[in-house]
Design a binder for this molecule. Structure first.
Ligand code: ADP
Ligand code: MG
Length: 339
């Protein structure tokens, strides 16, 4: 169960006076077609013993810059590996070849595909990376969408059970021609998780890493919780709600990120795998939990399932909670947030 922490003003005052030699470092950059942000607390100066036994005295600023560079590199590395838009990516290789032969892939991508398959199973196919078999035919910037005839013909290619993953030789095979996969619903959460682990290993105890709507938190914000905003789905610069959190991840999926409106109908980037059309039961879903990869995938999943089924799924998973905004812009909370 997730504890939503009350704000503490005394905590704030203490943190300001006790850590006069330390400071926050922040950096924003674009990657994976979205804005990423990293923010962490570093005590300075930092002294550490290197392998030869001598003491390295790096000032906090140098260490911070090095960590920021590492976070950036890690995000770009994952983008290079998992982007469907980069011809050289491992993901593009699968999409070109896996319907013809079993393709050997890295352990890292293999493990993420296993997680995606697990999510598909527990969501009865609401989360399905093969949504891309039709998904790639949408272009939200150019207001393009596939016709109903094209959707009907390609729909059988959306079927996660047609992905065969073989652990022994780390291969992936598609039992269906025309099948494509896309990790847009899970890769950013995974990238956030990797970056948080990197900071943690470097001794950082208070950090926020975000990629678009996916945020992961390490510790608190020095005596007070982090306050993460859930965007108002229909007012661009407004927040619908702020959630105080520590040591959790939160991911928001909304129908306002990439979309166009045609004849009053909103076509957006979250696809119902059963129809090949955009999911329209709710307008925003945020999922909170420990694992950034899972909360990313679960926010997309609950969005597809809608209010009743989505809450039913989350209420079965004790480690995860959800905040859903329905079509009337009413807020709904999963059980653990109401206690
Ligand atoms: P973002 O942070 O990219 O706005 P979300 O976490 O809401 O995204 O996920 C939306 C992305 O997930 C889409 O852009 C697409 O790449 C992918 N996606 C869309 N529908 C599905 C689905 N049913 N199952 C898995 N992934 C999906
Ligand atoms: Mg997601």
């Amino acid at each position: 169960m997730i504890r939503v922490i009350k704000l503490s003003v005394t905590g704030l005052l203490l943190s300001l006076s006790f850590f006069a030699n330390a400071q926050w470092f922040t950096h924003s950059f674009e990657v994976m077609g979205t804005l990423s942000h990293v923010e962490f607390w570093l005590d300075e100066p930092t002294a550490s013993q290197n392998d030869s036994g001598s003491v390295d005295k790096t000032n906090g600023n140098e260490k911070a810059q090095a960590l920021i560079a590492q976070v950036e590199q890690e995000m770009f590395r994952i983008d290079q590996q998992m982007s469907p838009y980069k011809e050289q990516s491992e993901l593009s290789l699968i999409n070109r070849e896996a319907a013809n032969r079993a393709v050997t892939i890295s352990a890292e991508l293999f493990d993420l595909l296993i997680v995606a398959q697990h999510l598909s199973k527990i969501s009865d196919g609401a989360f399905d990376i093969t949504y891309a078999s039709i998904g790639y035919q949408y272009n939200y910037r150019d207001k393009k969408r596939p016709s109903q005839a094209v959707i009907s013909e390609a729909l059988p290619a959306i079927n996660y059970t047609a992905i065969t993953l073989q652990k022994e030789n780390s291969t992936v095979f598609f039992n269906h021609q025309g099948m494509k996969v896309d990790l847009g619903g899970i890769a950013k959460g995974y990238a956030v998780k990797r970056c948080l682990n990197l900071l943690k290993k470097a001794g950082v105890a208070h950090a926020l890493v975000s990629a678009g709507g996916d945020t992961g938190l390490l510790g608190d914000r020095h005596g007070r919780p982090w306050l993460v905003g859930v965007k108002h789905p229909r007012a661009e610069h407004k927040m619908a709600v702020h959630i105080p959190l520590e040591n959790e991840a939160i991911s928001t999926s909304g129908d306002y990120e990439r979309y166009f409106i045609e004849d009053g109908v909103r076509y957006h980037h979250i696809i119902n795998p059963k129809t090949g059309d955009s999911a329209r039961k709710v307008v925003s879903v945020s999922v909170i939990g420990k694992d950034p990869t899972y909360v990313d995938a679960l926010s997309t999943t609950v969005f597809v399932k809608g209010l009743a089924e989505g809450l039913a799924l989350i209420n079965k998973l004790p480690e995860y909670e959800a905040i859903i905004i329905d079509n009337q812009q009413r807020l709904h909370y999963s059980k653990g947030l109401l206690q």
